[in-house]
Design a protein around this ligand. Sequence first.
Ligand code: ASP
Length: 383
Amino acid sequence: MNNYNLDDGLINWGPTPEIAEYHQGMFRGFLAQSPEQIKKACCDEEGRLVHILSAEHFDLTFLERICEVTNAARRINKLPDAPLKRLLRNKSVLNYFAQPSSRTFLSFSNAESLLGMRREELRDLSTSSAAKGESDRDSLRTHSSYHDALVFRNKCNYFDMFALWTMQTSNRSIPVISGGAGSKEHPTQAILDYYTIRESLDRQIDGKSFAFVGDCLRGRTVRSLAKVLSLHQDIEIYFVAPDKYQIDQETEAYLTQQGVRVTRTTTGLEGIPEMITGAVYMTRIQDEHDKDGEQKRYDPRFIFTEPMLDQLQDPAVLMHPLPKREEIDPRIDYRDDRKIMIWRQMRNGMWARTALFAHIFGVDDKILETYRTCEKVTAPKPL
Ligand code: ASP
């Protein structure tokens, strides 16, 4: 995945081939760094991860901390004096979404609002200077001049590294946060998914089994969450998808090297839910990446049916990053069952992203402190 084709036309490198080639050369030099150097470049001087670009940069200490702050934030938000609202009043953020989004965009926007941040959005690039031929590098530098953080979503797989490189090579670097980069990664979705799993499984993730179903090849949420789960001991992952949507070899090798037992299942979901003790994670076919003439119908063997809900081993849950289409039996929409975690998972996104901003700007301690010292807090509804 790291052998990027910089001439794929997804990034505007500059107005002439010569200028484009010059910038591409500089970028290639940046990419030549080791994964450890890139991770270091995502941290501030104190080692705090501030550019949130890849699940590979997370460790369990970071994730535990975010989960703890997520729980504290959702509780103290109920306090009458709204302490969250005061935390980041002096910060501003641009939500720069160059690809469709509902939940990621809205949950970021709500998280920013909960913390009192000033927020702006840029979603329709036909209204920006991109339409006048401005290079993406210049656009990002402009955004970083006006804001203290940038959340982006982009169809380019390497936009995360591109944004990091632009920040590193300009004199006003602000935290950049990926809300989804092409089909490669969706690190903040992995954080909210991890939080949901951790709460659902009562923090017992070691030794659990998980199934990712649907489009494992182009599902960026699959790749990011699988990497996060691989931080735990004795994890088993089933990738349940037809051959053409199976997990890529690079991700499989990464997981195996991390000690995960990986099984590819290409014949359907039948027989899988009863083996799952963690979560079944459904995904839609990511047909925005289709070339012409591909089969559009979802293969019914990979539909999660109503009886499968009862086959899941306690305390396993059913998840989906949404939007969902035909991959889940519509009857499940009308079942009231604690195993259906999809909508809670979605709502958790707003709180996990609140915790993430608090972490990035170093006010997470204040949230924990307020939680510990407040006298009367309304207990949140259990997940
Ligand atoms: N919302 C998720 C994403 O942006 C999943 C999806 O679109 O299917 O990747």
